[in-house]
Write a protein that binds this ligand. Structure first.
Ligand SMILES: Nc1nc2c(ncn2[C@@H]2O[C@H](COP(=O)(O)OP(=O)(O)OP(=O)(O)O)[C@@H](O)[C@H]2O)c(=O)[nH]1
Ligand SMILES: [Mg+2]
Length: 452
């Protein structure tokens, strides 16, 4: 934690409601002087957790507005400090005037996120909860909002804390073994360590899968539509969006620029990119379009390759890669193929027959997309939102644990394992921001009061 993130004794203030016209505006103050500033502005004593209807009075003793003042006594407040909320009338000028009288009375303008930061520093919430709060506010769909709300309420933290508790138990056990070298070998070879390590590994892998899904829900998925010209890529985008977004003509090479559109599929925000058809370009513009189409593929969580199902000679542009792909056989209204998924020899993977003109098969395609993302309602293991930061930390934790296990199996060295687990614990703790060496010491002394 850097100094800029240490708690200071300033009382901070900000307008908590969005800027613009509205019924009410809320000004929030937090810090040791919040109550005195609130009472200075209202000219009356404020009572904890009791709404007070009052005037708001400026430094020239002029009442500029009237409304409600609320007083939350720390630590039982959002930030853990004394908090005052002033509910005035909503309007750009009046809310600025209210803010100004708070500043004149000694408060300082809050930095972005500073109320949440104070809540974190005062242990009102951990890092994932603070992030969940921000993600809830930015949630692109209802489903993403529900998951962010679960993170805010501590669902993700609970899963991390659970694993951390297992880790602490194991560390305590190993540290004890090291402290009693005459028994160390037996202690470590007993099988309990190997068992715990493997349980830990499984728990971490499961959490990593959930976090990946949570992060995908949160940031929204990226799907790129590719294929040779004229197969109906732009028609498919328009059909999925139920809107006439991209130009469709029967001239091969119609699309040049990448066209991106966010579409909600089964409650998941997905950004689809329609791209230029891949072929030997006829001119400079098309060449650039195809170049952009290739670049776009790198961003994809899933690539959709569209094939003209009426074509006798099917040209595929995709070569197998790590990115999951779906092969869409389009124009089934002409080819006569039944709508929906089928086993394809051509793609040896996910294939679905659709018509971008009639809309047949589109529901099956949407279902396949959601399944490929691992986000089906039934198969879903993640009920919380997460961020790439968490995914990276969990990924590193999992890898570190794998290395530690390999090393321990090869050497049987307790001290090396203890050190590896310390590093792993620290990495895991970075997710919630709650890791501290003192925690571990406390645990060790509490459970091992050995008078030996
Ligand atoms: N009958 C039928 N025609 C379709 C279907 N999908 C697309 N088309 C037609 O196929 C032609 C090409 O469609 P586009 O959507 O422009 O194809 P594209 O893959 O985006 O083509 P480029 O941008 O040139 O690469 C148009 O004439 C469409 O009307 C379909 O499902 N059924
Ligand atoms: Mg097109």
């Amino acid at each position: 934690m850097t100094d800029s993130h240490a708690l200071d004794s300033d009382t901070i203030v900000a307008i908590a409601t969005p800027s613009g016209r509205g019924g009410i505006c809320v000004i929030r103050l937090s810090g040791p002087a919040a109550k005195s500033i609130g009472e200075h502005i209202t000219h009356r004593p404020l009572i904890p957790r009791t709404p007070v209807f009052t005037r708001f009075i400026d430094q020239n003793n002029i009442a500029i507005d009237e409304g409600i003042a609320l007083y939350f006594v720390g630590p039982a407040s959002f930030t853990g400090e004394d908090v005052i909320e002033l509910h005035g009338h909503g309007g750009v000028v009046i809310s600025d005037m209210l803010l100004e009288i708070c500043l004149n009375a000694g408060a300082r303008l809050a930095r972005p996120g500073e109320f949440s930061e104070r809540a974190f520093l005062n242990n009102k919430m951990d890092l994932t909860q603070a992030e969940g709060l921000a993600d809830l506010i930015d949630a692109p769909t209802r489903r993403a909002a529900r998951q962010a709300s679960a993170t805010l309420r501590g669902a993700f933290s609970a899963a991390v804390t659970d694993i951390a508790a297992q880790l602490i138990q194991l560390r305590v056990y190993i540290e004890a073994a090291i402290d009693f070298p005459e028994e160390e070998i037996d202690f470590l070879a007993e099988g309990k360590v190997a068992e715990s390590l493997s349980a830990l590994q499984n728990a971490l892998r499961r959490l990593l899968v959930s976090a990946r899904q949570g992060a995908l829900m949160n940031r929204g998925a990226q799907i790129v539509i590719t294929g040779v010209p004229n197969v109906g890529k732009s028609s498919l985008l328009n059909c999925l969006a139920k809107d006439n977004i991209a130009i469709v003509t029967n001239i091969p090479g119609t699309t040049r620029d990448v066209i991106r559109q966010t579409i909600t599929v089964q409650g998941i925000a997905i950004e689809f990119s329609d791209t230029a058809g891949i072929r030997d370009a006829r001119d400079e513009i098309e060449k650039e379009g195809i170049h952009r189409a290739h670049n776009e593929l790198h961003r994809a969580d899933i690539i959709i390759e569209v094939i003209d199902d009426t074509a006798t000679n099917t040209t595929k542009v995709l070569t197998p890669s790590e990115t999951p792909s779906i092969c869409v056989h389009n124009k089934i209204d002409l080819s006569g193929r039944p709508a929906g998924t089928f086993d394809s020899e051509l793609t040896q993977g996910n294939a679905v027959g659709v018509s971008a003109t009639t809309g047949e098969g589109i529901a099956a395609l949407e279902q396949l997309i959601v399944e490929c993302l691992g986000l089906t309602d039934t198969g879903i293991t993640s009920a919380f939102s997460a961020r790439e930061r968490h995914v990276v930390a969990l990924q590193q934790t999992t890898e570190l644990l794998e290395q530690a296990i390999t090393q321990f199996n090869a050497t049987g060295e307790g001290e090396l394992l203890a050190e590896d687990l310390r590093v792993i614990h620290e990495r895991l703790g970075s997710i919630t921001g709650t890791f501290g060496a003192d925690d571990l010491l406390g645990e060790i002394f509490a459970s091992f009061c050995i008078g030996k």
